[in-house]
Design a protein around this ligand. Structure first.
Ligand SMILES: [Zn+2]
Length: 143
């Protein structure tokens, strides 16, 4: 038995990344994706049952790299804009320190959900992944 979420055509990469930016599942758009709280995540999407692991290695490295790009990009933008605006060095460095501390905390789940979209675009789910998602959903529903 297949759920309609798993037999639907694959969303475009733009749609999957946009869903990830709003902390939704890139595959089904389910709210919260595989997160139960800001820092606690399941192995499976709470809505469609798709696993973010999918037996692929290096997923968490991709999510961490996404976090580094977002943080360093924001710091670089802050330094360039602040430098052009004539901010003092103390203000530039304290702003950069604030970004370096807060962005990884507030962006943690978003790096996962965005990278999940990139991962799904690079490695389309196979039949075994969809069967695993369905089995997970059926297991959840029998509890
Ligand atoms: Zn989902």
């Amino acid at each position: 038995m297949n759920s309609s979420l798993n037999t639907a055509p694959r969303p475009s990469i733009v749609r999957m990344i946009l869903r990830g930016l709003f902390r939704r599942c890139a595959w089904c758009g389910g709210k919260g994706a595989f997160f139960n709280s800001w820092f606690k995540k399941n192995d499976y999407c709470n809505t469609c049952g798709m696993s973010w692991k999918r037996n692929l290695q290096g997923f968490e490295l991709g999510a961490a790299t996404m976090g580094v790009f977002i943080t360093f990009g924001a710091i670089l933008a802050w330094m360039v804009i602040g430098g052009l605006a004539g901010f003092s060095v103390v203000l530039l460095l304290s702003g950069a320190a604030m970004l370096a501390i807060t962005l990884p905390i507030f962006g943690y789940p978003i790096t996962y959900t965005v990278w999940f979209g990139v991962d799904l675009a690079m490695h389309a789910p196979e039949a075994a992944d969809l069967e695993q998602a369905n089995a997970h959903l059926l297991g959840l529903s029998s509890k």
